[in-house]
Structures are given as structure tokens and as C-alpha cells.
Design a protein around this ligand. Structure first.
Ligand SMILES: [Fe+2]
Length: 265
């Protein structure tokens, strides 16, 4: 573990060693620090490079083939940019809510790998990733609002979808003897606002969750070629606000570009 080159605070970083031929980078990344990711919620690997084929290959090796194929995305590796107008949360300029990826799947993916291909035009002030580690959040909910783990396990949150489906899911649940998160802030907030009658108790609870999350969230600034691995079970994540910039020469909008994939170990 080495010091951080950004000024974005406490990070968990590994720097990769490459072979001397830059054109044929041979990654020494054969495993990730699962214990550290369990405890802190994430690991950063600087200077991975922007080769998306290599990205997929390395995580195919690390996960021993347990890469997560998304029906919705239609692939294993998802490349996306922030856009001026998009329906997709990950492509919008506004701040994303803290969430778990694919929380409604029977078994959501255990880890998420995010590779920064191009930084935000206002990097490092815009386009950050923010991570809420489980232990820090549970501690803050207890000290700040006197919410015990038992309280959190019992307080279900509403998820209502346009197709009429309803789910009621607590922030925290127990799976295989271990606590895991399942949460999607925007979806809960939207469900509450659409409810026929006000649910003040859940609104107040959601405000407490948000305050505690903002308090303990760690900011991560990725340079182009940097890689972030996030626990999808023991951390929540979101993206900070992003910006766009118009390139007069080429008549195109420039914005943050990422590649992501999900995997189990
Ligand atoms: Fe996500």
C-alpha cells in the first residue's frame, strides 16, 4: 500500500508494476485484497491503463470466470459516458443516490470494478466516486441516531415500480451468516414521493440514513487509467455530480467516460 497521489483523502491503493513495453502491458494484478475491501469497502489500483479488453481479461482471471453478465446491459463490460440528456442514472450529470448494484437479483454481484477511461472536464472537483463502508455507517447510525443493527434489519423500505411491482426491503439483511446491504436511495425516495399517503416515519428514517451516509462517505478521485474495486455487499456507492464541456474544434460534448464490470470470487 502506498500514499495517495490525489488530495481526496483516505484511500486504499495498490500501484501496478508493468513490463517495460508499454504497448504490451502485462498486468501483475492476479488478485484483489478482499479482506481490505471487506473492511473499507473498496480498493484503488492506480495506473491500470485504459485497455478495456485487458480490463475484462484481468477480471476474468481474478474471478476465475465468474464475471457477471447483465441482461439489461447486454454484456459483461459496460462502457458509458455522462450525457447531456439521459434516462440512465449512471449517465446523468446529477449526483447519483447511494445504492447497491442489481439489488433485486436473487444474488447480486459481490464486487464492482470501475475503470476511468476519461476524467470529468472539471476533474477532480466533479466526477468523483463516493463510497460508504458498512462498519462506518452502522457506527454512525448508532452514535448519531441511536439506531441498532436490529432496528435497521427490521425497518423495511418501499420500492414501487411503474409496472406495478412492489418490494419491501431493509437496508441491511443477513445472508450466509454475514450482513449485506441492499439499498437504492433514488428508488426509495421516488417510491415515497409517489405514495398515496405520507409515510413520515420512513421519510425521517431515510433522512437519517442519508445524513449518516454523507458523513462517512469517502471521496475517490480517479485519473484516466485508474481502477476502483467496490464491495457491492459491504459498501454503498454513488457518483458525485458530473460536468460536460463543449469541444468547439470537433463540435462534440466531452465528459467523463468509464468502463465497469461486476464479478464474484
Ligand atoms: Fe452502481
Amino acid at each position: 500500500m502506498v500514499g495517495d497521489k490525489s488530495n481526496c483523502g483516505r484511500e486504499n491503493i495498490t500501484r501496478l508494476q508493468f513490463t517495460s513495453k508499454r504497448a504490451s502491458k502485462s498486468h501483475t494484478l492476479n488478485q484483489i485484497d478482499t479482506q481490505s475491501i471487506r473492511n473499507r469497502g473498496y480498493q484503488i489500483i492506480r495506473d491500470f491503463g485504459v485497455n478495456v479488453t485487458e480490463f475484462e481479461y484481468v477480471f476474468d482471471r481474478i474471478s476465475k470466470g465468474k464475471l457477471y453478465h447483465s441482461e439489461r446491459i447486454g454484456s459483461i463490460c459496460h462502457q458509458y459516458s455522462v450525457e447531456v440528456d439521459s434516462e440512465n442514472f449512471s449517465q446523468q450529470m446529477r449526483t447519483g443516490g447511494f445504492h447497491t448494484d442489481f439489488m433485486f437479483q436473487a444474488t447480486p454481484p459481490e464486487y464492482i470494478a470501475l475503470l476511468c477511461l476519461e476524467t470529468d472536464p472539471r476533474h477532480p472537483f466533479y466526477g468523483r466516486n463516493q463510497i460508504v463502508p458498512m462498519s462506518a455507517l452502522l457506527n454512525r447510525l448508532k452514535t448519531g441516531f441511536d439506531l441498532s443493527i436490529e432496528d435497521i434489519l427490521q425497518h423495511h423500505l418501499p420500492y414501487h415500480f411503474a409496472n406495478g411491482q412492489h418490494f419491501s426491503v431493509p437496508l441491511l439483511h443477513k445472508a450466509n451468516g454475514d450482513f449485506q446491504f441492499k439499498f437504492h436511495q433514488h428508488l426509495v425516495a421516488d417510491s415515497l414521493s409517489q405514495g398515496l399517503k405520507k409515510d413520515r416515519t420512513t421519510e425521517a428514517y431515510l433522512a437519517q440514513l442519508h445524513a449518516a451516509m454523507i458523513d462517512v462517505a469517502e471521496d475517490v478521485c480517479l485519473e484516466s487509467g485508474d481502477l476502483l474495486i467496490v464491495s457491492n455487499y459491504h459498501a454503498l456507492h454513488r457518483r458525485s455530480e458530473c460536468s460536460v464541456s463543449f469541444d468547439d474544434k470537433n463540435n462534440v460534448w466531452q465528459s467523463r467516460k468509464m468502463a465497469s464490470l461486476r464479478f464474484n470470487i
